[in-house]
Design a protein around this ligand. Structure first.
Ligand code: FNR
Length: 343
């Protein structure tokens, strides 16, 4: 196994063993109960828009692994099959390894092979050129491309990048040079409103906040090599605070909630805070690896059904109604938003 493949397998193992945290801020967010919702569960419409894309539901499987040989082929095939079966979107993991080495392509291509008509997102880092973005899109006939920002993860890796200059310029070139919507995402450290505004101004379609409180790449990288750059372990903006931050800049850019989402209630709260969709990564990977494919599909279907129950209880027929559902925000999320002048 090559070094990159080894790293990917280690990421999966440590993502599972460092556990999925529950510090994403959603426990500070409470819905205001509605006793007269005047709705039936059969009225609920889960369809949503992310930028120019229409999705049949707001839940999707977020970018995980790509490259790395047999194991990742099996994982990616299962994730994409499950997305197809449950009719949700799915993102591939970073495709840079396949751009650099053709032998790695099958582990990405399999996702389109088993999911011919579904919505699939391509994925690259902000070091990518326009040509590389177009190769990644064509490789899987992607409906959109995610560009990930992972500064802290790189810094924590001894072999990681150290130069983060001009990322915004490269992203702008990609926005102008590809034919599909561009989603810019974090990987678990959250996004603030100033960065969101910069991204909105260069025309990205959607911002995936990738908030703190779920998969923690600082802990994962530190664990991989028993090193202690522990100052990054608690670093980041929680998912709840991040969504509220980005939502405060207006609705010209779609918001995706992600980072530690493990239930329909987290998903519903993401939407009520301003997101149009929510991505789940580590939680679903863990279910697949520990319990298998059937449980993975069942969990996704249960999450969708639970979301219809929550929306019914709130009297929210559509995702747009849910975005306007009243909330009370308490605790450290309230404190954060007050300090940041967001209400
Ligand atoms: C990831 N994530 C990720 N993100 C990305 O943009 N490109 C990638 O290649 C990967 N690879 C990857 C591998 C593994 C094993 C995990 C668990 C995660 C990050 C992922 O998309 C997401 O942003 C974070 O994991 C936070 O969401 P969760 O896991 O808390 O739901």
């Amino acid at each position: 196994m090559n070094k990159r493949a080894e790293r990917k397998i280690e990421h999966i193992q440590h993502a599972l063993s460092t556990g999925q945290q529950r510090t994403n801020g959603f426990s500070d967010v409470t819905f205001v109960h509605q006793s007269l919702p005047n709705l039936s569960t059969s009225n609920i419409d889960l369809s949503t828009k992310v930028g120019e894309l229409t999705l049949s539901s707001p839940l999707f499987i977020n970018a995980m692994t790509g490259g790395g040989g047999e194991d990742t082929v099996i994982i990616n095939e299962a994730l994409s099959n499950a997305a197809s079966e449950a009719n949700i979107a799915v993102a591939v993991g970073s495709q840079m390894s396949a751009i650099k080495d053709n032998k790695e392509r099958p582990s990405y291509e399999v996702m389109r092979k088993v999911n011919k008509n579904g919505v699939i997102f391509a994925n690259l880092g902000s070091e990518a050129t326009v040509d590389q973005a177009n190769i990644a899109i064509d490789m899987i006939e992607a409906n959109a491309i995610q560009i990930h920002l992972n500064v802290v993860q790189e810094l924590v890796m001894p072999e990681g990048d150290r130069d983060f200059t001009d990322a915004l310029i490269r992203i702008e070139r990609i926005v102008k040079g590809v034919q599909v919507p561009v989603i810019v995402k974090e990987v678990g450290f959250g996004m603030n409103r100033e960065v969101a505004r910069q991204l909105m101004d260069i025309g990205v379609s959607a911002i995936d906040v990738g908030g703190f409180g779920g998969t923690n790449f600082s802990k994962i990288e530190n664990k991989r090599r028993n090193q202690v750059l522990s100052y990054f372990d608690q670093w980041g903006i929680t998912t709840a605070a991040s969504i509220a931050e980005v939502s405060s800049i207006g609705n010209k850019v779609s918001i995706i909630g992600s980072g530690g989402i493990q239930s329909s209630l987290d998903l519903a709260k993401s939407i009520a805070l301003g997101a149009s969709a929510a991505g789940v990564a580590g939680y679903l990977l863990k279910i697949f690896i520990e319990n298998g494919y059937d449980e993975l599909v069942l969990e996704i279907k249960n999450m969708l059904e639970d979301l219809t129950f929550i929306m019914t209880a709130l009297g929210a027929r559509t995702i747009n109604d849910l975005q306007n559902a009243p909330l009370v925000i308490s605790g450290s999320t309230h404190h954060w938003l007050t300090e940041r002048g967001i209400n």
